[in-house]
Ligand binder design. Structure first.
Ligand code: ATP
Ligand code: MG
Length: 283
C-alpha cells in the first residue's frame, strides 16, 4: 500500500498517483486507487465526477464511519475504464471523518477501531483482490490523512522544487517529523518499506530549481528518486480535460513534447515499481 503525500497543495500528488496507478495496471498488476481527498481530483482524473457520479455513502467514508451506516469497502469500489484498475472514489463526504472522529474519541467507545487504524481495517477486507493499493492524500494533515498514512506501507512525498525556499523547506521537514510523532503517540504503528521524495514539475534548465534539487539530494541522499518528473505541457494539457498521459493520444499533441513527458513518466514509474518489487522480495 503506497501513499502519495505532502502537505503543500499543488505539489503533484494527484497527477503522480493517477499515472502510477495506470502504469501499474498496464504492467498487469491488480491496482486499487483510493481517493482520500474531499476535492476528489483523483476520482475526476480516473473518470468519476465527484458531484455527479458519487452519491452519499459511496466514498471511503462509508467504510470507516463510526455509525451503523458503515458498509464494507467492497461495496464502494468501482471499476475504471482501465483494465486492472479499480477506484474508491472521494467527494466532500470524506470531511465527515474529521468531524465524527473527535466525537468518537471523546465517547471512547470500547471495541471501536481507533481512527488511525480505520483505513487499514477497511482496506484489509479487499487486500487479497489487489497487488498494489495507491492512496492519494489531501494537502491537509487531518485524521483522514493520518489514518491513510497508517494504512500505507510505503510513501512517496512529492516536491515541486520551485516552492521550496529554505524556510518552507525546514517547515516541511518539521511537519513531517511532527506527523509521524502524532501517529506514534496515538499508538499507531508506522513502519514503511520505503519513503522517497519525488521531484515534480521539474525544470532542469531553471537555476533555482536545480539548486533546490541538489540541496534535497544532499540532505536526503538516495531517499530522493533518481528520476524527476519533468514539467511538461503534455501533462498539464491532458489534465485540463481530466485525462492522463496514458489516455490522451500521442496524435493530439506535439509528438516531441508527448515523447519527452512519457519518457520521464515511465522512468519515474519504473523506479517506483522496482522499489515495490524490492519490498515484496524482502517480505
Ligand atoms: N509534470 C507536470 N508537468 C506539468 N504540469 C503538471 C505536472 N504535474 C502536475 N502538473 C499540474 O500541476 C497542477 C497540480 O497538480 P496536482 O493536482 O497533481 O497536485 P496535488 O498535489 O494533487 O494538488 P492538491 O494539493 O490540490 O491535491 C495540475 O494542474 C497538474 O496538471
Ligand atoms: Mg491532489
Amino acid at each position: 500500500m503506497l501513499a502519495v503525500t505532502n502537505f503543500k497543495g499543488g505539489s503533484g500528488k494527484t497527477t503522480t498517483t493517477a499515472h502510477l496507478a495506470q502504469f501499474l495496471a498496464l504492467q498487469g498488476y491488480r491496482v486499487l486507487a483510493v481517493d482520500l481527498d474531499p476535492q476528489a481530483s483523483l476520482s475526476a482524473l480516473l473518470g468519476v465526477l465527484p458531484e455527479v457520479d458519487v452519491a452519499s455513502n459511496q466514498t471511503l467514508y462509508a467504510a470507516i464511519r463510526y455509525d451503523e451506516e458503515r458498509r464494507p469497502l467492497s461495496q464502494v469500489i468501482r471499476p475504471t475504464y482501465f483494465d486492472g484498475l479499480d477506484l474508491v472514489p472521494g467527494n466532500l463526504e470524506l470531511m465527515e471523518f474529521e468531524h465524527t472522529t473527535p466525537r468518537a474519541l471523546s465517547a471512547g467507545a470500547s471495541g471501536e477501531t481507533l481512527f488511525f487504524a480505520r483505513v487499514a481495517a477497511a482496506l484489509d477486507e479487499v487486500a487479497d483482490n489487489y497487488d498494489v493499493v495507491v492512496i492519494d492524500c489531501p494537502p491537509q494533515l487531518g485524521f483522514l490523512t493520518l489514518s491513510g498514512l497508517c494504512a500505507a506501507t510505503a510513501m512517496i512525498i512529492t516536491i515541486h522544487p520551485q516552492m521550496l525556499d529554505i524556510s518552507s523547506m525546514s517547515q516541511f521537514l518539521l511537519m513531517t517529523r511532527d506527523l509521524l510523532g502524532v501517529v506514534r503517540d496515538a499508538g499507531g504503528e508506522l513502519r514503511y518499506d520505503f519513503i522517497r521524495y519525488l521531484l515534480t514539475r521539474y525544470e532542469p534548465q531553471d537555476a533555482p530549481q536545480t539548486k533546490v534539487a541538489a540541496l534535497l539530494r544532499n540532505l536526503f541522499d538516495d531517499h530522493v528518486l533518481t528520476n524527476p518528473m519533468l514539467k511538461s505541457a503534455a501533462i498539464s494539457d491532458a489534465g485540463l480535460t481530466k485525462q492522463t498521459l496514458y489516455e490522451i493520444g500521442r496524435e493530439n499533441m506535439t509528438r516531441s513534447t508527448y515523447d519527452r513527458a512519457m519518457e520521464s513518466l515511465e522512468a519515474v514509474n519504473s523506479e517506483i515499481e522496482a522499489l515495490i518489487k524490492q519490498a515484496w522480495g524482502r517480505a
